[in-house]
Design a binder for this molecule. Structure first.
Ligand code: PEP
Length: 249
């Protein structure tokens, strides 16, 4: 039986003061019911997360990772550094990185591998643009994105990722995929995981991301292949984030 997981993606938001207030609010509101949860924060705030969240029910992680283990790569942050701050998760392949930093499927796969090699759990994001959906290419696009990761990781390691389906047209737009639309893609992704590793595909958590809010979270997470959410805007308000966590209760 898969547990539900809700992960906040803070993107490039926050300050020491705002983070402390947000995390305080989340910790104060957690009551042991609902989904497991984590926050993926800008790298400079990982130390603060470690200080404020260690020993709590909230895990933390980063939003990107280098492909290389260390060395002359100015500006990069490697997986071992994330481990040094006790991260559990790292997001790889978010559509904003694919779009603004030209990250290819092959590069995202290498980032997922670097994370796993260091003992982190990569949250691998896949998703189609509106134009791709309208052209009937959704399954081909997300299939190729996941396929590149599975091909590099191989059947054993593939079972250790978290996958997140994030239709690009739903991110930060207020437009959400209907539960049926999301479930259709999630089921296809799980079928692809099954082809890679039939035994462990049932254990891989597949999150949905794209304008998830307390009001729509319950119906989305009631779908059989939706195992939680990757949350952007609504993760920046404790009450909204808690509302999504509790939506699975
Ligand atoms: C995201 O960026 O991962 C995301 C899901 O954003 P939002 O919830 O704001 O659509």
């Amino acid at each position: 039986m898969r547990s539900k997981l809700v992960v906040g993606n803070w993107k490039m938001n926050g300050s020491r003061e705002a983070n402390a207030a947000l995390l305080d609010g989340i910790l104060a509101g957690l009551d042991g019911t609902g989904a497991d949860c984590a926050v993926c924060v800008p790298a400079p705030y990982l130390f603060q997360c470690e200080q404020l969240l260690a020993g709590s029910a909230v895990a933390w992680g980063a939003q990107d990772v280098a492909t290389e283990p260390c060395g002359a790569f100015t500006g990069e942050v490697c997986a071992a550094m994330l481990r040094d701050f006790a991260c559990r998760y790292v997001i790889v392949g978010h559509s904003e990185r694919r779009a603004y930093h030209g990250e290819s499927n092959a590069l995202v796969a290498r980032k997922a591998k670097a994370a796993l090699d260091a003992g982190l759990t990569p949250i691998v994001c896949v998703g189609e643009t509106l134009a791709q959906r309208e052209a009937g290419e959704t399954m081909a696009v997300v299939g190729a994105q996941l396929g590149a990761v599975l091909a590099l990781l191989g059947p054993g390691a593939a079972a250790k990722i978290v996958l997140s389906y994030e239709p690009v047209w739903a991110i930060g737009t207020g437009k959400t995929a209907t539960p049926a639309m999301a479930q259709e893609v999630h089921a296809a992704l799980r079928a692809q995981l099954r082809d890679c590793n039939a035994e462990s595909a049932e254990n891989v958590q597949i999150l949905y991301g794209g304008s998830m809010k307390p009001e729509n979270a319950r119906d989305l997470m009631a779908q059989p292949d939706i195992d939680g959410g990757l949350i952007g805007g609504a993760a920046l308000k404790a009450a909204d984030f808690l509302g999504i966590i509790r939506a699975v209760a």
